[in-house]
Structures are given as structure tokens and as C-alpha cells.
Ligand binder design. Structure first.
Ligand SMILES: Nc1ncnc2c1ncn2[C@@H]1O[C@H](COP(=O)(O)OP(=O)(O)OP(=O)(O)O)[C@@H](O)[C@H]1O
Ligand SMILES: [Mg+2]
Length: 361
């Protein structure tokens, strides 16, 4: 696959503080790449380096094979959409869309064509004569996306474009951005701290912590095979259950022991031999525990502590082997606090980490 954006050994310092260090990232042509991480991890910094809004301290950036490290933002073939829409308040939607093109000297018939196309894609045709003050937040954000769209660029950069919107609008525009990508097939780099946005939109997710990419994979792999404890805990809500314990041997096979309870590890595909005595963390997602039915060969006892019915799902907080554990079951299945339950764990879907290095085993 050809590379659309290529970042080589990128470093960026603010004064003496290194925010990005020797970062490497290849983004494929037409790919939707999401940069995901908590506040301050360097997502916007990386995006702004790609956009040319920040001067890099070291390293190189290529867009469509061209070294753009020292090019002006306007010469990079990128369109950027920010969290704050930053529309010109005194201009109509149409003027907001055309302004940049006029400045760049694009002929009027071409401008008209591009505005017609963008406003059709974003369904803002009926809003073209209005001023931003007369638009809802979602409509304003659509205009902001439209402004990037009319520039006819190779690469779109989004920095938390939906975070100023309420939950309902956010999920609506999320679907529209996905549709936009499906119809345009441009390369999109999208920054968010919202794991749902990342999981739903991305072809691949780069999870960042302290300026370092922790894992770069498709959403399913990130969810099911997190490479380390940080990624495992960051993705999923409620978070993966983490049980601290040690590797033992049971019936001649590797097993996991915690607080006097042993778990068979049958079905777990380990990346390396599971040697007894090693301190480890067993990670189990709330939906990968069976409760009272279709139980596997090994059954564990637990008690309901708290029940959180959520409509489609029911979230149970259980007491099990001295741990509190969350378990997600179908919303129609209800259990009162104090109810004893039988559990079994699907080790094929579990994760095992070294307690010290925090890396997946
Ligand atoms: N102009 C600046 N001068 C000094 N430090 C900065 C500057 N801009 C950002 N930083 C620091 O760089 C780090 C990364 O910031 P960045 O804006 O990239 O984070 P982010 O991942 O986008 O976070 P958020 O989700 O809050 O937007 C932070 O610790 C921030 O304080
Ligand atoms: Mg940011």
C-alpha cells in the first residue's frame, strides 16, 4: 500500500520539554487513522506538526511522497478542522466556504462547483445564506468541515471536531464523518480522547501516552489483544477487570492463581512460554464472563454486589475471589444484590500481562 503521510523520527520540544521524541508513523493512502490518548499526551502537537502549524525540532514529514517538513501549511495539501469552528461571524456560510478559495485565486465557476458539492455532501445547501450565529453547533461544525472539503485536499486533519457538541449531535456527526470518508476515500487523521469515536471511525488507532505510540492496530486487535496494560485499561468501558496474581502449574498445564483461586489458562494464546512463578495480571473484559448459563469446564463462585441496569445491557459488580469484578450481561437478566452466581471465563478472549513490564504475554 502506498504511504500518504509518513513521519520519520519526529521530535518536538517546547523549550526544554520534549513532547514528541523520535516518533515514527506511516499512514496509508485513504486510511482513517485515529490518534487516541488522554489530555496532554501530545495528540494535537503531532497533528499540528503534520499541518505545519508547529516547527519540528527534528525529523521529517512526507505527504504523498513529498518532504513537507519546512513547507507552509497552505502548500501541504491538507485541510484542517478544529474543535472550535472558528467561522467568520460576519460572513454567510457560503462566504465562509469560498473565502479561502478566493484568496488562493481559484476561479469563480470552480468555487461554485466545489461549494455545491461540499454542501450537498454535508447537507447544508439550505444554510448557505445564513450567518454562523443562526446555526446550531452541529451545523457550524458541518460548515467547518465544509471549509476543509472545498479545498480539495489529499489529507484531512481533524482535532477533536465533535467535542463541543452534545452527546446526540456527536453521535450523529460521527456517522456523517464516517460516511464522508467512505464517499471521498481521502486520508484522514483524526484526534480524539473519546474511545468510542476511535473504535467506530478508525481503520487503525494509534494509542498515545506521554508522546509515545503505545499500539498501532485496527480497532478489533486493539480491543482484543492490547499490547500492554495501559492500552488494555484505556479502551473499554467499564474497564477490563485486572486480577493480580501469579502463574502456576495445574494438571501439568499453565494456570493463573490469585487469592487461593486457580484459573485454567486453556485457550489462551500466549506470545511466550508461561513459566510458573511469574507475577502477572489477568485481564478479563466485562462481556467475556459467562454467568449461570453456557458455563465452561471450570466454574467459579461469585456474589452480586451491585446491579446497574443500562437498558440493552445489565452491568453487574460482583465479589469474586476477594476481587470486585464487573460483568456485562443481557439487559433482560436481572439479579438482586447478594445473589450467588456461577461464572466461567473465556480465556481465548482474556489478556495476560507481566506485572512488572506490563507487556502482554
Ligand atoms: N505552546 C506550548 N508551550 C509549552 N508546552 C506546550 C505547548 N503546547 C502544548 N504543550 C504541552 O505539550 C503537551 C502535549 O500537548 P497537546 O496539546 O499535544 O496535548 P493533547 O494530547 O492534544 O491534549 P488534549 O486532549 O488536552 O487536547 C502538554 O503537556 C502541553 O502542556
Ligand atoms: Mg489536543
Amino acid at each position: 500500500m502506498t504511504s500518504s503521510v509518513s513521519i520519520k523520527d519526529l521530535s518536538l520540544n517546547f523549550g526544554s520539554v520534549a513532547v514528541l521524541e523520535n516518533l515514527n508513523l506511516e499512514i496509508n493512502d485513504g486510511e482513517f487513522l485515529v490518534l487516541l490518548g488522554s489530555s496532554g499526551c501530545g495528540k494535537s502537537t503531532l497533528l499540528n506538526c503534520i499541518a505545519g502549524l508547529l516547527d519540528v525540532s527534528a525529523g521529517q514529514i512526507f505527504i504523498k511522497g513529498k518532504n513537507v517538513t519546512w513547507e507552509e501549511p497552505k502548500d501541504r495539501g491538507i485541510g484542517m478542522v478544529f474543535q472550535s469552528y472558528a467561522l467568520y461571524p460576519q460572513m454567510s456560510v457560503e462566504k465562509n466556504l469560498s473565502f479561502g478559495l478566493k484568496v488562493a485565486g481559484v476561479p469563480q465557476p470552480e468555487i461554485d462547483k466545489r461549494i455545491a458539492r461540499a454542501s450537498e455532501i454535508l447537507q447544508i445547501q439550505s444554510l448557505l445564506k445564513r450567518k454562523p450565529a443562526a446555526l446550531s453547533g452541529g451545523q457550524r461544525q458541518r460548515v467547518a468541515i465544509g471549509r476543509a472539503l472545498v479545498r480539495d485536499v489529499d489529507v484531512f486533519l481533524f482535532d477533536e471536531p465533535l467535542s463541543n457538541l452534545d452527546a446526540k449531535l456527536r453521535s450523529e456527526l460521527r456517522v456523517e464523518i464516517k460516511r464522508l470518508h467512505q464517499s471521498l476515500n481521502n486520508t484522514m487523521i483524526y484526534v480524539t480522547h473519546d474511545q468510542i469515536e476511535a473504535l467506530t471511525l478508525a481503520d487503525r488507532i494509534a494509542i498515545m501516552k506521554s508522546g509515545i505510540i503505545q499500539q498501532l492496530d485496527d480497532p478489533t486487535t486493539i480491543y482484543n489483544q492490547p499490547r500492554n496494560l495501559f492500552v488494555a485499561g484505556f479502551i473499554g468501558s467499564p474497564s477490563m477487570n485486572f486480577l493480580h496474581g501469579e502463574l502456576v502449574e495445574k494438571d501439568g498445564k499453565p494456570a493463573f492463581a490469585t487469592n487461593g483461586v486457580t484459573f485454567s489458562l486453556d485457550g489462551y494464546s500466549a506470545l511466550e512460554p508461561l513459566k510458573p512463578g511469574r507475577q502477572v495480571v489477568l485481564g478479563v473484559r466485562p462481556e467475556h464472563v459467562k454467568v449461570n448459563e453456557n458455563l465452561g469446564a471450570e466454574v467459579h463462585d461469585a456474589t452480586v454486589d451491585i446491579e446497574e441496569p443500562m437498558g440493552a445491557d445489565n452491568l453487574l459488580w460482583l465479589k469474586h475471589a476477594g476481587h470486585t469484578m464487573s460483568v456485562r450481561i443481557n439487559g433482560s437478566r436481572r439479579f438482586k444484590p447478594g445473589t450467588p452466581l456461577k461464572l466461567s471465563f473465556d480465556m481465548g478472549l482474556a489478556s495476560l500481562f507481566d506485572a512488572k513490564s506490563e507487556l502482554r504475554l
